[in-house]
Design a protein around this ligand. Structure first.
Ligand code: ZN
Ligand code: ZN
Length: 301
């Protein structure tokens, strides 16, 4: 199926985000190249990691937002877990590469050259990142795109890392404590490894239909209890999250003599209430007569 929706504003912003990251990467790469600093190399890699993150956001906004089709009747929202897991693995590999170069630089006693130029170029790149991060956080909130806002916050944390690296290199250049450079590179690598591991962990959870946090299930049960008047009980509630899309299913026990129309009205009311809070959501309710009550789950009277 070839469905090409018009590019939503959030997707356009994610695309610009990639271009900004590309410019920042060029600046930081140049700074690392001029100075021979492994910490600046690690900082540039952090930007590469961020680009991978922005690409996932863009892909998830574009591909995952496609409506269900004959080939994917449950939608495409899980696609983002695949790209996120792949990116997580690449991030982990990048972190190992940085650790390796940091160790080599430490053993060789590498000294930084042209520190002022390298610091100035990195400071410029960091300034661009800070401005863009602020814009992403604001626009993400305005457009109701948590993915964009999260991307902005990630970028802001990169800015903080970069400031730490800048301070450390300035100190190393001023004092001649050359080992500060590989030390900072190693610390940055550990941070990158951590974000890669978390990305893989979250993606596997999504692909395996891991249960959502208990407070979310409790909230859904509370909504069912609040809007299930006329029913007897709701049990066997299961939910799973597929990217932005929430799936909810449960059994609704009603009096056996209730008409189909009346029980359907209860279902519609509950579905509307869940969707009002958790849109987009796909909700399936199995209606049963009172003999099927288990005296567990959510009591509706
Ligand atoms: Zn049942
Ligand atoms: Zn219906």
């Amino acid at each position: 199926m070839c469905y090409t929706p018009p590019m939503p504003p959030a997707a356009r912003l994610a695309l610009y985000s990639l271009l900004v990251a590309l410019a920042v990467l060029a600046l930081k790469g140049t700074a690392a190249w001029i100075t021979g600093s492994v910490a600046l190399f690690a900082d540039a890699t952090e930007t590469l990691v961020h680009m991978a993150g922005s690409a996932t956001v863009l892909a998830s906004i574009l591909y995952a937002s496609r409506p269900p089709d004959a080939n994917h009747p449950y939608g495409h929202t899980k696609a983002e877990y695949f790209s996120a897991a792949l990116i997580g693995a690449m991030i982990a590999a990048a972190a190992v590469a940085i650790l390796y170069s940091a160790w080599n630089a430490f053993v060789a006693g590498n000294r930084i050259v042209e520190a002022p130029t390298g610091l100035a170029v990195t400071a410029l790149a960091t300034g661009i990142n800070a401005l863009w991060a602020r814009l992403l956080i604001r626009r993400g909130a305005a457009l109701g795109s948590p993915a964009l806002a999260a991307d902005g916050r990630h970028l802001m944390s990169d800015v903080v890392t970069s400031l730490g690296v800048l301070g450390g290199i300035a100190l190393a250049a001023a004092t001649g404590l050359w080992w500060l450079d590989p030390l900072l590179a190693a610390l940055t690598a550990v941070g990158i490894l951590w974000s890669g591991a978390r990305l893989i962990r979250e993606s596997v959870g999504g692909l395996m239909d891991e249960a959502p946090p208990p407070d979310r299930i409790a909230r859904i049960e509370a909504i069912v209890a609040e809007h299930g008047a006329g029913g007897i009980e709701a049990h066997d509630l299961r939910t799973r999250q597929a990217g932005a899309l929430l799936f909810v299913e449960f059994h609704l026990v009603v009096p056996g003599a209730m008409t189909v129309a009346d029980s359907h009205a209860i279902c519609d009311r509950i579905e509307g209430a869940i969707r009002a809070e958790f849109a987009p959501a796909t909700i399936t309710i199995h209606v049963e007569p009172h003999g099927k009550a288990k005296r567990e789950g959510v009591s509706l009277r």
